[in-house]
Design a protein around this ligand. Structure first.
Ligand code: GTQ
Length: 345
């Protein structure tokens, strides 16, 4: 355990120079950097973004930069472990706070990464995905899966802000990230599938022979229903936190290929200490307040705040009042790669 596998410095200089000239490097001095013993050694550090502190900066961006110029007017939440300017919040999760002002539209585009929006404040915002107009109300979760055209609009009177969660870091790492811009989409004049085909959980539109399944049948998860479901469940969880995963209503699978979303309700005075997970996570507070200790660091959070935890973090939540959070994580990706793991603490 932890043995030195040799250092670069102990190798003769002429040999090191010849290796460099030949375009090779010895593995053994670097071996434990890329394959640490027993558990990963994350670069990601816990982060906490206080909404009240960021809101004025976001509104200032609204004064300084028109949305037409910005394409997306977003302040990115930078992982403290990666430092200022980092375009990611954890190893695999990008988070940004996006502002849209009344009357504005964020132009249509399509990109390889997938995005999810969690609405933070404001009424009248909407996202159009593949012609389907998805209303954005506080706490709603709205999918814009990779490869789907989307634009955002605002018919209300106050600023609208939402949290973007994207699997962008993964796509950047894969050198697979790009976008294509296009004209605004025609909107179908009907309510979105969450209000029509999937109004009631456990019921799905009757299957028609030969009709192919839609990959993303429901792209909006209204918060009101999520909260009501958590409240019902909480009465029977024996004092533990109630959790509901966001799933595809046709398949029961996670809503997106790489990112997972879990709604949590931690009752006032409850303590929740999940197992150590190989997934990294971001927690967005929809309502309530409390504190969370992550690897010994305590974060006091309130409504609309966001905080993050690296892989295998020791996490303990305590709610001061009934708290509703959405956890964004990369378990779906890790399960597909065959290495998702939980460890007892
Ligand atoms: O709204 O499509 O935060 O393309 C980053 C990239 C939001 C979006 C972001 C994006 C979007």
């Amino acid at each position: 355990m932890g043995e030195q596998l040799g250092t670069l410095e102990e190798l003769p200089q002429d040999y090191r120079d010849d290796m460099t000239a030949a375009g090779v490097a010895p593995l053994w001095p670097m071996m434990r950097n890329v394959l640490p013993h027993g558990a990963p050694n994350p670069v990601t550090r816990p982060g906490h973004w206080n909404y009240d502190a960021i809101r004025p900066l976001l509104l200032r961006a609204g004064e300084l930069t028109p949305v037409e110029k910005a394409e997306r007017r977003v302040l990115v939440l930078s992982d403290p472990g990666r430092g200022a300017g980092a375009m990611q919040a954890t190893s695999s999760i990008y988070l940004g706070l996006q502002l849209l002002l009344p009357g504005e539209t964020a132009p249509a585009h399509v990109h390889t990464p997938s995005a999810v929006r969690i609405v933070v404040e404001g009424k009248g915002g909407y996202t159009v995905v593949d012609g389907e107009k998805l209303p954005m109300e506080e706490g709603d979760l709205v999918l814009t899966p990779g490869g789907e055209w989307h634009d955002h609009g605002h018919e209300g009177t106050e600023p609208v802000v939402w949290l973007d969660a994207l699997d962008l870091p993964l796509f950047v790492y894969l050198e697979g990230s790009y976008a294509t811009e296009g004209p605004l989409q025609a909107q179908r004049n009907r309510p979105d599938a969450s209000q029509v085909e999937y109004l009631s959980s456990g019921l799905a539109p009757s299957r028609k022979l030969g009709a192919g399944a839609r990959r993303y049948p429901m792209m909006r998860y209204p918060w009101g229903r999520t909260e009501a479901a958590l409240n019902e469940m909480a009465a029977y969880t024996d004092g533990d936190c109630a959790e509901l995963d966001y799933v595809n209503p046709e398949t029961g699978a996670d809503v997106l290929p790489t990112m997972g979303f879990t709604a949590m309700r931690i009752g006032a005075g409850q303590r929740h200490a999940p197992p150590l997970r190989s997934s990294s996570a971001a927690f967005h507070v929809v309502k309530g307040q409390g504190k969370t200790t992550i690897n010994g660091e305590t974060i006091a959070w309130g409504p609309k705040d966001t905080f993050t935890a690296p892989v295998f973090a020791e996490i303990t939540h305590e709610a001061g009042e009934d708290a509703y959070l959405v956890r964004v994580h990369d378990r779906p990706l890790q399960e597909k790669l065959g290495y998702y793991e939980e460890r007892a603490r």
